[in-house]
Design a protein around this ligand. Structure first.
Ligand code: GCB
Length: 618
């Protein structure tokens, strides 16, 4: 159907995640000053949203483009969004855009946002309500430049040597190992709320065997005279608890707990919390209803264990990337669903959102399937001394606020990771990580906090503040390449040194080897499928000893091959995937699959006859 002022085409945000329908035009108007008039920009090209712009055309300058790009789209809003007394609130929301965004509606600036990977939105009611029936123009200016104070940080290097580089030549340097894809990466939606509306809900849960408590806090904006009622339904639709008011506690008898995949025959159990608000506004009675999925579970960390619902949890999982052919970091439903099927095929119960927050659509499926998540901020590659200063710190705190606000109610999120492989051996890292971690804990006292380190255990200034030590190592790859025989000694020493120093549980948060699918050698040589398998097996034999003590998890680097900057150690990207970028298994995937199912079957929580096939489909 075609849209018209009487037909709603742009879906209200729905908790089930509506596939995107908005397509933007990308305006090829680099470096034009703004505000500007779209008819002055010259030729435009079609640019799908969501997608990275880099790989969409045949133009190499767009692939590696750094600077401002413009998107524009005209839409018609349904008349009923623009009328009424009071009229509804109309909101324009971006799931994420990389990196710095300025948004105008009908030429009026409505929002500015710094940072990719996280949502932002603008109340555009006053702009659109004046002109019912006419087109509404949405314009976005987006800049992907990374500086020492962005997250992730980067730096622009001008090449002044005129004998070697053209005039004004510069490159974007980064200290992370994935392609700096840019564009409007996640769905853009328009939605309405009543003029008085539910702005935020916070839910935490506690439980004993037969009783659970769901603590809630609701904030309403737009009215002070309002009433709130809450009801919690189980998966059969039966109301199991009710409450009222902005703060309170719901009591659930004989709760169905939220369990991770492979830890229970019915993982990912979600209740549904319906919050209903009524408010009097200027003689009108307004009602807003929001339904939040709620998983009842607890998380605790001891000196050697990670407990979910009081039972030891071992992370047998992966690190991922949002990355694919053509669409780059653009959200892609078929890929998302394929990846969850592969995770369950593999017997993986967890992943880390290396190295930035993933799409809400992905997180929804983690909640529903019981995949435990270490939710990582975009704090990757914090290496420059100036990136530990106050300006960077303040931005990092703001990013943690956005991330916690977005994901705090997700049962799948069992730990926050504030950074990956920062230069934590630098003395300013102590104050920096103490502050970021304390702030994150203040925002969310219910979850442990970590960051992922590759620093020497004796020199790391951030480790004193984490709840769990997450350590990355690449023995017999970046160190002693080709020497698989060093792994048992070096990996054992790694674990023992960290544990002796901190007496905190440890996750092997990365390990792995590149392999080019189809390359073979016996004895194994680097870059072959056999070498990747052999390296994994060497790591596993040490992990098997240490997981009986204080090692609480292992996350392979990486789930799938992914694109990086070009360089002498990267052949069309990083090849440490156990799946190719097109999601076909390499030999290592079968090694890992055998291992993960074996570990899952050891758990006393599982029925004995569990097989990969019986749990594959939920
Ligand atoms: C790491 C990084 C990760 C890289 C990986 C590698 O330590 O955390 O982002 O991709 O090593 O393969 O070099």
């Amino acid at each position: 159907p075609r849209q018209s002022p009487w037909r709603e085409k742009y879906p209200k945000i729905s908790i089930t995640g509506t596939p995107p329908v908005v397509k933007f035009l990308f305006l090829n108007s680099l470096f034009l000053p703004f505000p500007r008039n779209s008819c002055q920009t010259g030729p435009v090209i079609d640019m799908p949203v969501p997608a990275s712009f880099n790989d969409i055309t045949q133009d190499p300058s767009l692939e590696n483009y750094i600077g401002w790009v413009w998107y524009e789209k005209e839409v018609l809003l349904p008349l009923r969004w623009l009328q009424g007394d009071p009229a509804p609130r109309v909101v324009l929301r971006f799931g994420s855009a990389h990196y710095y965004s300025i948004v105008w509606v009908n030429g009026v600036q409505v929002v500015e946002h710094e940072g990719g990977h996280l949502p932002f939105e603008a109340d555009i009611s006053s702009v659109v309500q004046g002109s019912p029936g006419s087109l509404c123009r949405i314009t976005v200016a987006l800049n992907n430049t990374l500086t020492p104070h962005t997250l992730p940080p980067g730096s622009i290097q001008y090449m002044a040597d005129k004998s070697r580089y053209p005039k004004n030549y510069f490159v974007q340097n980064t200290k992370f190992d994935f392609f700096n894809y840019a564009g409007i990466h996640r769905p853009v939606v328009l939605y309405t709320t009543p003029a008085a509306y539910i702005d935020d809900i916070t839910v935490t849960t506690t439980s004993s065997d037969s009783v659970a408590m769901v603590q809630y806090q609701v904030s309403v904006v737009g009215s002070t005279a309002n009433s709130l009622s809450l009801s919690l339904r189980d998966q059969e639709g039966k109301v199991v608890a009710t409450g009222d008011g902005p703060v309170g506690e719901l009591k659930v008898l004989n709760p169905n707990l939220w369990w991770p995949y492979l830890m229970h025959e019915n993982p990912g159990y979600l209740y549904s919390l319906e919050v209903r608000m009524q408010a009097q506004l200027g003689g009108a009675l307004l009602e807003d209803v929001y339904t939040l999925p709620v998983g009842i579970r607890t998380v605790h960390v001891t000196s050697s264990q990670f407990l979910i619902n009081g039972r030891p949890f071992y992370f047998h999982g992966v690190n991922k990337h949002e990355d694919a052919d053509i669409r780059g970091k653009g959200l892609d439903w078929p890929l998302i669903v394929k990846d969850f099927n592969l995770l369950r095929w593999l017997g993986a119960n967890s992943f880390r959102t290396s190295h930035y927050p993933y799409a809400e659509e992905i997180m929804d499926l983690c909640d529903a399937y019981g995949i435990a998540v270490i939710d990582e901020s975009p704090g990757v590659g914090i290496k420059l001394p100036e990136s530990f200063g106050n300006r960077s710190l303040q931005h990092h705190l703001a990013v943690m606020e956005e991330l916690v606000r977005r994901d705090k109610n997700r049962p799948s999120v069992v730990m926050w990771s504030v950074a990956n492989e920062p230069a934590s051996e630098l003395p300013p890292a102590a104050h920096y990580f103490k502050t970021v971690i304390a702030h994150t804990k203040a925002l969310d006292p219910s979850r442990p906090v970590t960051f992922v380190t590759d620093a020497n255990y004796a020199l790391d200034h951030g480790a004193p503040y984490v709840d769990v030590i997450c350590v990355n190592s690449y023995f017999s790859w970046y160190h002693d390449p080709g020497h698989l025989e060093v792994i048992p000694l070096q990996l054992t020493a790694q674990f023992e040194n960290w544990y002796k120093t901190y007496q905190k549980p440890i996750i092997q948060s990365e390990y792995g080897a590149d392999s080019v699918p189809g390359l073979h050698s016996d004895p194994p040589m680097m870059f072959t499928e056999e070498y990747q398998q052999a390296l994994l097996r060497e790591y596993h034999s040490v992990l098997d000893k240490k997981r009986k003590e204080y090692v609480i998890g292992e996350l392979i680097w990486n789930f799938a091959d992914f694109m990086t900057n070009q360089g002498t150690t990267r052949v069309l990207g990083n090849k440490k995937g156990i799946f190719t970028r097109q999601r076909q298994p390499k030999a290592a995937a079968f090694v890992l699959r055998d291992r993960y199912w074996k570990i899952a079957n050891e758990s006393s929580c599982l029925p004995p006859a569990i097989t990969s096939h019986s749990l594959f489909l939920k």
